[in-house]
Every structure is written in C-alpha cells, then in structure tokens.
Design a protein around this ligand. Sequence first.
Ligand SMILES: NC(=O)c1ccc[n+]([C@@H]2O[C@H](COP(=O)([O-])OP(=O)(O)OC[C@H]3O[C@@H](n4cnc5c(N)ncnc54)[C@H](OP(=O)(O)O)[C@@H]3O)[C@@H](O)[C@H]2O)c1
Length: 172
Amino acid sequence: MSRILITGINGQLGFELRRSLAMLGECICPDRQRLDLSRPADIAAGLEQYQPDIIVNPAAYTAVDKAESDAELAHAVNAAAPAAIADWAAAKNALLLHYSTDYVFDGNKTTPYEESDATNPQSVYGLSKCRVSRPSVPVVQTTSSCAPAGWWALMAATSSRPSCVWRVNATA
Ligand SMILES: NC(=O)c1ccc[n+]([C@@H]2O[C@H](COP(=O)([O-])OP(=O)(O)OC[C@H]3O[C@@H](n4cnc5c(N)ncnc54)[C@H](OP(=O)(O)O)[C@@H]3O)[C@@H](O)[C@H]2O)c1
C-alpha cells in the first residue's frame, strides 16, 4: 500500500484531499506543528521520518494581501519549502503533486490560460508561487476551489484536466 503524505490537512483543499485519497493508500497527515513549511531547511529531515511514496502538497501561505508585507515568509512556504520537498522526492523516487494558483498570471488574457502561457505575477503571493524552480514536479494550477462539497479536491486529484495542469517531464 502506498504511503501518501498530505500537507495542509486543516486547510480547505487538504481537508478534502485527506478524505478522497484515503481510499488510495495509507494517508500520513502531518500538520504545521509536525512539518513546518516555514522552515525549508528542516523539511528533508521531517520527510525522512515519514518515508512517503507520494507527497501531495496543498499547504501554502495563502493570505494574499498579508503577503505583501510578509514576503519572506510567503517565499519560504510557497517557494523554498516546495523546492525542498521536490528535492527530497527526487532523491527518494517519490511522486510529488503540488498546487499553485492563477495568481501567477496577470489576468489580462481574455481566453482561458494554457500551460504554455507566460507567467506575470502582480503580487508577492503570485511571485512566491512562481518561484518553485523544480520542473519535474506536476503542478495543479487552478483558479478557485470549493471545499465544502469536496468536488474541487476530487476533480483536482483525479481529472486529467482541471483548470490547468502542469506536467513537465524534464529533470531539474
Ligand atoms: N482556495 C482557493 O480558491 C485556491 C485557488 C487557487 C489556488 N489555490 C491553491 O490551492 C492550495 C490549497 O489552498 P487552500 O484554499 O486549501 O488553502 P488554505 O485553506 O489557506 O490552507 C492552507 C494550509 O496550509 C497550511 N500552512 C500554512 N503555512 C504552513 C506552514 N508554515 N507549515 C505547514 N503548513 C502550513 C495551513 O495550515 P494551518 O491550518 O495550520 O493554518 C493550511 O492547512 C494552495 O496552494 C493555494 O495556493 C487555492
């Protein structure tokens, strides 16, 4: 049975992922106290304890307005931490699924965004989400979520095309 580590399980998406992924394997759900993404240097040691085969990372610094005056923490949680998780996953041959946001775009496009569209973040939050520089990581890049009914989490976890899915096979 796969060991699936899910971050941010007290958040909207993490809560739903925990429910929907339970049927696929043994879910390990460390909260912020047990795996603190604001401390990227400690992440490898944290993951080492759990030895997951699959890591699903919806945890993020999501306070968009607050991030404007809290850029260091936003970048730690949204950029440095996912990069550290990706490095651990690559070293251990584990799968990582990471969630991003439409804030990486400027919103000026009048047709739906495509995987190949250039990013142009207009906020600290958007910029922090752009800075995960690990091209081998599949990233769900989405516009909005609706957690209470659980549909969005299920769609994101199982659909071949939610709002937009980045799946890049290059090696970092
Ligand atoms: N909600 C949307 O409409 C939407 C739209 C587009 C993209 N997204 C993306 O989807 C993902 C999930 O969003 P969401 O709405 O579920 O976010 P959320 O409800 O704000 O949950 C974020 C989770 O991240 C955790 N977290 C924050 N800082 C942390 C840290 N330092 N260490 C460990 N965990 C930490 C929080 O922990 P605590 O519970 O302890 O605070 C919380 O559980 C995010 O990547 C977000 O950017 C969401």
